[in-house]
Design a binder for this molecule. Structure first.
Ligand SMILES: [Zn+2]
Length: 64
C-alpha cells in the first residue's frame, strides 16, 4: 500500500478529511507524494470505511 501524508492524501483524493478519520503512522515515514518525512496514513479507520460503504449504497439506491 502506498503511503501518503494527510495533506497529499487530501490533494490526491480532492477531499479535506480530518486526521481523526485515519490511523496515522506512529513514526515519520516517507510520503510517496511530497517526498517528506511525515506521519502517513496507514489505514483508513474501520468506521469511516463502513460509512463510505453506506454512502455508496445510498447513492446506488438513489440512482435506482
Ligand atoms: Zn506528502
Amino acid at each position: 500500500m502506498a503511503e501518503f501524508c494527510l495533506d497529499c492524501w487530501n490533494k490526491i483524493n480532492d477531499t479535506e478529511d480530518s486526521k481523526w478519520r485515519y490511523a496515522l503512522s506512529w513514526s515519520r515515514e516517507l510520503c510517496e507524494e511530497c517526498g517528506e518525512y511525515k506521519r502517513v496514513i496507514v489505514v483508513e479507520r474501520f468506521w469511516s470505511r463502513t460509512q463510505r460503504l453506506l454512502e455508496e449504497a445510498i447513492e446506488n439506491m438513489k440512482k435506482g
